[in-house]
Design a protein around this ligand. Sequence first.
Ligand code: ADP
Length: 168
Amino acid sequence: MDIQLLRGDITRVEVEAIVNAANSGLFGGGGVDGAIHRAGGSAIMEECKIIRSKQGGCPTGQAVFTSAGNMPYRYVIHTVGPVWRGGADGEPELLKACYTNSLKLADELNIISLAFPNISTGVYGYPKQLAAEMAIDAVGSYRSKSIRQVVFVCFDEENYSLYQQLIS
Ligand code: ADP
């Protein structure tokens, strides 16, 4: 698996599928979630509603998928990062599960290339250094059957330089 780093907007990356940092109700919101729903249009929210009615949303650390609406991707994988509450509340394991469960789902969907945002490092408050270490560890230790390329998309400069240091 080839690991790449990009700075910018995850709705404008050339991959087969992108990961969304959603909330457990799959209600949309600000940050990357808002950007993905804006770029994808209402079809994604309609599919989120169906998932909500079937299984009541998506628990923290788990992942579900929808189409990508107007975006040129096959799928959006929605995963729910942990809210940082000091680190002793299962946050590291849950953040790792977000990456691993998204990769597993991408494998089941026969995805070749996948882009991740920096899950939980916005309003959910996860310390960026710790989140970057966990993201790279989780992706680096995952053995995939279909995924050839994983792109970490960093929206802010701080995350981008942390990932640069960790990946090089
Ligand atoms: P969370 O609730 O998981 O913390 P946020 O969306 O608040 O989710 O933030 C997660 C990360 O997504 C942050 O590092 C933020 O800078 C980044 N982000 C915001 N908008 C975009 C975007 N359009 N593309 C990629 N990353 C984004």
